[in-house]
Design a protein around this ligand. Structure first.
Ligand code: EPZ
Length: 419
């Protein structure tokens, strides 16, 4: 087991370079299954979710090779299996993208139900609705989703809600269906646009990604390509919030500032000074913060994946803040851990009322999921005394070298192996 040990109350100053987007990587790697030939995927984050997916692709016959820490070559020419077992997919939620990719290529797929973060129910009914509309039949038994289709035929699909996963999964399968598929009420997150751009590099014909109507004209074969993943919007936001909370002057580099707009606006409301560059954002904070209200929404609204980190920040604002979680039905399980650090938070359903306190105090806490773990790191960096964070494996799923990046900003944080 490993945990992070933080000695808090040090200002953060300096530069941090953001890695490739996890939620783009976990879609683009499975998408490479559909390519007859080699894909070279650059700017991959060096995180556990990427390694889990590479293991899965290797298990079904793809040839995967890291040419450096952040560049992967995938050759799917000789994939013969369309089954992804529970052993290989249990650690990662985004294993569901294997369904769309395998169905697209083989018109068959057998994939264990997704694992991943333990907050709220994480259904896939909209994914299955899309696959059925394309002509696939499916059964779910013993935790395995089995899909098959004589052939996939384009169709019009109206999503009940703008689901990121369903939008991407349908896009994958529809890329190799016969005819035209239109997805309406589609999600618009940056990683959806990135996945669509990758598919088009493979020879797919996807139009409208980033809007709520996506049109896919299916093709019979996809070829290999070289592609660079976009920077991670959520990792960038995590470091911006950490700078705001600890106080200091942090330059977050290698990002797309436009993706950070909802967070930059909130941090300015709270009293931070924000300078936007072409591919960077500078956050200057005294640590003396105004309270605010936050409502998570699908993109381009405030990202739900920055909700835990924002709640940590609100714990030390000068007054009462209100945060409403509109995407997930139960994404506050980490609150008790923040309370152990001295946070004064009351949760009613989807609403958290946060009374700012003068000072958080270090404590022993455990990450309950990926972004909750990041929130505890941020809170520990601002807290007085020592904070130890267990279940670091959750954090490593989505953050590359988190302790090194924070140390380079002046934090006193280290990773400790424990029995
Ligand atoms: C993706 O999850 C992200 N994961 C999540 O990030 C993120 O929180 C979420 O999108 C929202 O932005 C990946 O991209 C791997 P959804 P996903 O389908 O696709 C309901 C992280 O920290 N829904 O957009 O599973 C669902 O219950 C992770 O990086 C259905 O009801 O999210 C939720 O309330 C955590 N039926 C809402 O829609 C479905 O078939 C949004 O879910 C699908 C979703």
């Amino acid at each position: 087991m490993e945990h992070l040990v933080i000695n808090g109350q040090r200002q953060l100053c300096g530069e941090v370079s953001i890695s490739g987007a996890k939620n783009a990587a976990v879609a683009i790697i499975p998408a490479a299954i559909m390519a007859q030939g080699k894909c070279v995927i650059e700017n991959l984050p060096s995180i556990e979710d990427v390694y889990s997916l590479v293991d899965t692709l290797t298990n079904i016959g793809a040839r995967c090779e890291f040419v450096n820490d952040n560049t992967l070559v995938v050759d799917s020419s000789n994939i013969i299996k369309y089954c992804a077992t529970y052993e290989s997919v249990k650690k990662i939620r985004a294993s569901y993208y294997l369904m769309g990719a395998l169905l697209g290529r083989f018109k068959k797929a057998e994939v264990a139900m997704p694992g991943g973060c333990n907050f709220g129910t994480r259904p896939i009914d909209q994914h299955l609705k899309g696959f059925k509309a394309l002509g696939a039949e499916y059964t779910i038994s013993h935790g395995i989703v089995k899909l098959s289709a004589q052939k996939l035929v384009g169709s019009n699909i109206y999503l009940d809600m703008p689901s990121v996963g369903a939008t991407i999964n349908i896009m994958l399968a529809a890329s190799m269906a016969e005819g035209v598929t239109v997805i309406e009420n589609a999600a618009k997150e940056p990683h959806i646009v990135d996945t669509a751009n990758f598919l088009n590099m493979l020879g797919a014909r996807v139009k409208g990604a980033g809007t709520d109507v996506i049109k896919i004209t299916g093709v019979s074969e996809l070829h290999g390509a070289e592609y660079m993943i976009i920077p991670d919007q959520i990792e960038a936001g995590t470091y911006m919030i950490a700078g705001a909370m600890a106080g200091g002057d942090v330059l977050v580099k290698n990002i797309i500032p436009k993706h950070m707009d909802p967070l930059s606006a909130k941090l300015q409301d709270m009293g931070c000074v924000i300078y936007e560059g072409d591919d960077s954002i500078r956050v200057i904070s005294t640590g003396n913060l105004n309270p605010t209200t936050v409502k998570t929404m699908t993109y381009p609204g405030f990202p739900t994946d920055l909700q835990p980190q924002m709640t940590a920040l609100l714990c030390v604002a000068n007054g009462t803040s209100i945060l409403t979680e509109n995407v997930w039905d139960n994404r506050f399980q980490y609150i008790n851990e923040l309370k152990r650090l001295g946070g004064n938070i009351t949760v009613e359903g989807r609403v958290a009322v946060v009374e700012g306190v003068r000072q958080l105090m270090g404590a022993e806490v455990n990450a309950t999921d990926l972004r909750a773990g990041a929130a505890l790191v941020i809170a520990g960096l601002a807290a007085k005394g020592i904070t130890t964070i267990g279940n670091v494996k959750y954090i490593d799923r989505g953050y590359e070298k988190i302790e090194r990046k924070f140390s380079e900003l002046g934090a006193d944080i280290r990773r400790v192996k424990s029995e």
